[in-house]
Design a binder for this molecule. Structure first.
Ligand code: GRF
Length: 321
């Protein structure tokens, strides 16, 4: 199993979501562990709990500090703790776009409504006033726009007759505690999940002109050209022939290039069985630091290698545009 991902949790208050994340991380095979609990309120009850459980803590009041100064200290504490992810759990400060961008794709939040319904505050009162049948909670990626990043998971909570914002909030919180550890666990495991990796590759491959999916020797691949006479430009490989790699195989320009990449960057490339002999290289996908832009560039290059000239000309024209 891969090393658990390192997570810093930012809280402002009770920290019950942080506690749910913490105890889930102590169960067998948990895909993440907490390396820090940080708060903008030194009296936040969640800090004492984290300390009692042996988790490093950091507290710095935001009072009298600029938003960006305060945030830099919080962020620095997360970095110093080695965090791969920052997870907001009842953190009541809006973060600056700079910080959010630095942690793009690595910062999550939980919000007590079924987003896109009711971003912001007073979510339960608003759901009750609207006569909604369900309230709920959402885990989402943090982007510059408040409560608007990609939704990673949701759970519905029935609104009952006579519910007040307080009674509803209590049940939603129970649901939050189930949702957050599950969604965070899935999210940090994505990089080792063949299904997820395949879907990313497929999206990139099928975005190239006249490409289609076709199985080859039992593995999915992608071809360019007509259904009849198309040529393969990518093969997806999930731990074939005794290697640990989940990879996409693409065409290199020459055997020299292939051998050179494999020798100088063995963490990123390998020479696959059979295919390697005819110039296909394996781009390793289940590794830390993978950049999808880089995968996209390779797919395009390999596509160009196999595409008929009428299509590459079209692509050139589009790129010059
Ligand atoms: C939760 O309802 C969460 O959705 C919201 O703030 C509350 C935090 O509660 N963002 P806790 O501190 O995790 O107990």
């Amino acid at each position: 199993m891969a090393e658990p991902a390192k997570v810093a949790v930012f809280i402002s208050g009770t920290g019950s979501n942080m506690a749910a994340l913490l105890y889930a991380s102590r169960l067998p095979d948990a895909p993440y562990r907490l390396v820090l609990v940080a708060s903008n309120d030194p009296d936040a009850p969640g800090l004492a709990l984290a300390e009692a459980e042996g988790i490093a803590t950091f507290a710095l009041s935001h009072k009298g500090m600029t938003r960006s100064d305060h945030e830099q200290h919080m962020e620095q504490a997360a970095r110093a703790a080695g965090a791969d992810y920052i997870v907001l759990a009842g953190y009541m400060r809006v973060l600056t776009p700079e910080t959010v961008q630095r942690w793009a794709g690595r910062m999550l939040n939980i919000h007590p409504s079924l987003l896109p319904l009711y971003p912001g505050l007073d979510t339960h009162a608003r759901a009750i006033a609207a006569g909604d049948e369900y309230a709920g909670a959402t885990v989402h990626l943090v982007t510059e726009d408040l409560d608007a990043g990609e939704v990673l998971g949701q759970v519905k909570v029935a609104v009952t007759t006579g519910d007040t914002p307080e009674t509803l909030a209590k049940r939603v919180l129970i649901a939050e505690h189930q949702l957050y550890p599950r969604v965070l666990g899935e999210y940090v495991s994505r990089g080792n999940d063949p299904q997820h990796l395949f879907e990313r590759v497929r999206d990139l491959a099928l975005a190239l002109p006249e490409s289609h999916e076709r199985t080859s020797h039992g593995s999915p691949g992608f071809r360019v050209g007509s259904e009849k006479s198309g040529k393969f430009f990518a093969h997806f490989s999930d731990r074939h022939h005794g290697v640990d790699h989940i990879a996409v195989l693409v065409k290199t320009g020459s055997m020299d290039e292939l051998e050179n990449l494999v020798e100088t960057q063995p963490q990123a490339y390998y020479k696959p069985a059979y295919y390697g002999a005819s110039g296909w290289i394996g781009l390793i996908l289940n590794r830390p630091g993978l950049e999808w832009d880089h995968v996209a560039e390779w797919l395009e290059r390999s596509w160009r290698h196999s595409a008929p000239p009428r299509l590459t000309r079209l692509m050139d024209a589009a790129e010059d545009f």
